[in-house]
Design a protein around this ligand. Sequence first.
Ligand SMILES: Nc1ncnc2c1ncn2[C@@H]1O[C@H](COP(=O)(O)OP(=O)(O)O)[C@@H](O)[C@H]1O
Ligand SMILES: [Mg+2]
Length: 463
Amino acid sequence: MAKDLPDEQPPYFNIDPEQALGDLGPATDTAGFAAIAEACARGRADLASRGMNEEGEKTLRLFSTWEITRYLIPVAQAHFRRVLKQNPDLPQGRSETEGGAKWFTLDEVLRLRAHFAEGGSKAKEYQPYRPDGVPAKLVAVANFKGGVGKTSTAAHLAMSAALDGYKVLVLDLDSQGSMTSIFGGRVEDEWKTVFPLLARHYASHLRAENQRRLDRNEAPIPLDDTLSEALEVTAKDLIQPTHWPNIDLIGAQLNLYWAEFQIPVWRMQARSWKLWDALTESLEADGVLDDYDIVFIDTPPALGYLTINGLAAADILLVPLGASFLEFDSTGRFFDMLHSTFASIEEGENMAARALGREELAFEWDAVRAVVTRYDSTQQAELAALMQAYLGRTLSPHRQDFTALIGQAGEQVSGIYEADYRDFNRETYARGRQTFDETYAAFKRLLLGVWRREERQADGQLL
Ligand SMILES: Nc1ncnc2c1ncn2[C@@H]1O[C@H](COP(=O)(O)OP(=O)(O)O)[C@@H](O)[C@H]1O
Ligand SMILES: [Mg+2]
């Protein structure tokens, strides 16, 4: 063994302190950060001027007849062609070569789907299941560890749900804004993020609280400019369309992080403000839950106030983690933190509620699942089996494979569903797509189960 190693000493031996000092440069002060930021901004502008910016208008690729009939609408190719021929008003697609395969935009696919749903066999699932009269389901993807696949999982689920025919809203709570870039969002400042919805919720609470204060002859707490301005904002002002016809976005950018400082200040000012209800109640009040089928919430790698809001709003909670000792360990601690955080909120509320004989607060999630991501069956089978043994039903049965395509797809393309399958080896593409399709299928099973439970409850059936 030793013979294969180079003779040189390792690089951390014999470093000369004098020389190290010579290379060091002066200490950095606060202004130093501004200088670094400015250098980055200049570099970024340079890249952008060479056409390498990520923020160019995003466009979604086209879908071929093969892909539509294989993955999107359950009809045979021949029947699909026949129906198009019989209905010249339907989108006919376009081909790159004379007589070549026909390609369609997703918008056209959605119209075709609607046509088949209307006229086609009732036994086939042309439109995905959603019971009448039940609100959209909110799905949060969270884990306080970074790099576990939260954003990738949330983005792929949003895209597969959209391809499946659902109307999707994506909510980015991470001030790093990765989800926002994936969906080509433009967010000037915190006023185009969820921030004003949280501020509005607090401002409305404060107004009601001030009325009570006046009744008790106490001085009201003044509403500052931010709060007064927030009272005018609704979710509809924040929602932007994306390059996916049935995915909309409320984006994030760096200033959203300000909420982590602002929320505790508000809470100190008015202790009776239920900050954890802010997101849910604002979305509900603005009719968002009627306009969409599914709302996916991407969260930052921290259990801060934004994440707490996202988690409290969620009906379904997905916790991605890799099948490694470190991620299993830290995910265990994440659940421990979830327990203590929500238990302390409940405890704080319920002391008062019990004293006043009011209904007690008890958070509830329709389903909570840990999801193995970036799975390598040759290395991680044993650990994954152990995790399965300890977590049981809480661990989603499908393990999302490590898929090299995810990172490679390129700048204008995010993930497997945006990639053109002709750019890849057929096998590689099919395997990558299958693992994300199965991630979606496992999620959809939860969603349908949850909706069905609600539908039966609404019908007054016993569970
Ligand atoms: N199934 C996967 N296969 C391969 N790489 C993945 C997979 N899921 C995520 N990644 C990569 O892992 C990194 C972290 O993923 P990301 O979704 O940004 O994590 P988080 O949002 O938890 O920080 C990204 O570079 C992403 O491309
Ligand atoms: Mg992320």
